[in-house]
Design a protein around this ligand. Structure first.
Ligand code: GDG
Length: 467
């Protein structure tokens, strides 16, 4: 097998198994690279006065990583700017939050060039290059300009938006054109893949060929849906670990006979946290008999604190949770426990297991790994109920969850009621089917199917069916 070079914005493999920092991408990639002899290249997260392209190579948690520092201007224009103030909101259907500034797109292009220039000496002729996510859409074009002939694949962890949304981006054609320098484009779902080909065909005058090949801008690229999974064996082992058991017992003891509804998310406006709190408020208003019998634990770890929209959502959630608690709490009961700190991964596994309902209601999400982790953490003899947004990529696979429209308070409130009342046999039947999917379509299957498709495996691979 050829050596794999993975390139992503940040490179942060967990230092020890069980201790990952927040972020689905990091967990998935560390799992994918740990056993391979590949290299993981990206930004250190540090800034320097003047960009030198100096590489720092080290091993972290069993993975060889090569890191570069960027300038502060890069951080502002490329990372906080184009990636997180332009592309992230737009690709999550928040056109109202998307900022279009020329300095952002210029900074984005510059950093994609810097990545290409710096990774170049590491690339050997037989290497397979796998680029991750929306920060580096232009990287293949920059590598090709520098003579790289290797196979280069790209995987998008976030949704590819509908054509009418994508075309609101100034310079959308240039960005899309850059993607045609890859050999393979991977999306989380068939829906995202189809949205991309819809754009190529209807906005860029392209053609969709048999076998999932799109032609536009004078080039061809293969496209496919490769739904990402979790490292299921690792996570199931984490659930059995001592810290998980301790946390589970601690949680169960603190329940004092009450039932727990659980949300775990990065603190991000795409995750639908405010709407979730309001739906839970609706449930409390509709079901006074349930007061004091349950509570919502929402774990929300802060991210992207330099971006204003994230400061705003944080302030908003403080207000809404405070208001709901003020309205419904009694001297010995608080309806929402809202926690902003990050948990260790194994502790988190114990918390998942203690929850009667996993409430996963993003307004838009590429996949959502929390839904999969929640399922993997359940007690097979007495599993909890997963409530899942129809707008999470995971809903394409996890059909046995209670699927809800996160924009509808009534819909979510009803699903909570139904989940709480669900008989054990139904919970078991649904969980067994969900767990089968989580166990078979795990992160190893995701990596293998993508890498196989990239190295030119048979086109009849199920993920590459014609669209
Ligand atoms: C992007 C896409 C896609 C959360 N709090 C803690 C913690 N987490 C971990 C969870 C989970 C991860 O963070 C979140 O993953 P998601 O998939 O839910 O979301 P994003 O971070 O937005 O990831 C997403 C993903 O990429 C992969 O392709 O699914 O759609 O947006 O693993 O467990 N982990 C720890 N402590 C916490 O407090 N240790």
């Amino acid at each position: 097998m050829s050596r794999l070079i993975v390139i992503s914005n940040r490179v942060n493999p967990p230092a020890e198994a069980g201790q990952g920092s927040a972020g689905g991408l990091a967990m998935a990639l560390a799992a994918a690279l740990r056993e391979s002899s590949g290299v993981w290249f990206g930004w250190s997260g540090e800034t320097t006065e003047l960009f030198t392209g100096q590489l720092s190579v080290r091993r972290i948690g069993g993975v060889t990583v090569a890191l570069i520092d960027l300038e502060d201007q890069d951080r502002q224009e490329y990372y906080n700017g184009y990636a997180n103030k332009t592309l992230w909101p737009l690709f999550h259907y928040r056109m109202d939050l998307a900022a279009y500034e020329r300095s952002f797109s210029a900074g984005y292009e510059r950093v994609n060039e810097r990545f290409a220039q710096t990774v170049l000496p590491l690339i050997e002729p037989d290497d397979i290059i796998w680029v991750q996510d929306y920060h580096l859409l232009m990287l293949a074009r920059e590598l090709r300009k520098r003579g790289v002939k290797n196979r280069i694949g790209f995987f998008l962890h976030i949704p590819w938006p509908a054509r009418r949304v994508f075309t609101t981006l100034p310079g959308h054609a240039e960005l899309a054109e850059a993607l045609f320098h890859y050999d393979l484009l991977g999306f989380q779902t068939e829906d995202h893949r189809d949205a991309f080909s819809d754009y190529a065909v209807h906005s860029a005058g392209g053609v969709l060929h048999e076998g999932g090949v799109v032609e536009a801008f004078g080039r061809k690229v293969r496209i496919g849906a490769f739904p990402i999974g979790i490292d299921t064996p690792e996570f199931v082992a984490a659930v059995q670990s001592e810290p998980a058991r301790e946390h589970f017992t601690r949680m169960r003891d603190s329940l004092a006979g009450r039932r727990m509804i659980l949300g775990v998310d990065r603190l991000d406006y795409s995750k639908g946290l405010e709407e979730r709190f309001l739906a839970y408020e609706q449930f409390l208003a509709d079901n006074p008999d349930q007061h004091e019998k349950l509570f919502l634990l929402q774990i929300a770890t802060s991210t992207r604190g330099e971006v204003e929209a994230y400061q705003d959502i944080r302030a908003k959630l403080d207000t809404v949770s405070g208001r709901i608690n003020g309205e419904f709490a009694s001297v010995d009961w608080v309806p929402i426990r809202y926690v902003n700190r990050a948990y260790r991964r194994d502790e988190l596994a114990g918390v998942y297991r203690a929850a009667h309902i996993g409430l996963v209601t993003p307004l838009r999400d590429g996949m959502n790994l929390v839904a999969k982790e929640y399922v993997a953490a359940q007690d097979p003899a007495d599993p909890g109920v997963l409530i899942l947004s129809e707008f999470a990529g995971a809903a394409e696979q996890m059909k046995e969850a209670l699927i809800v429209n996160p924009f509808s308070r009534e819909d979510v409130a009803e699903a909570i009621k139904r989940g709480l009342a669900m008989p054990r046999e139904e919970r078991l039947r649904r969980w067994e089917s969900l767990m089968h999917g989580v166990a078979t379509q795990d992160v190893a299957a995701w990596r293998d199917s993508f890498v196989e498709a990239l190295t030119g495996a048979p086109a009849e691979a199920p993920t590459l069916q014609p669209v």
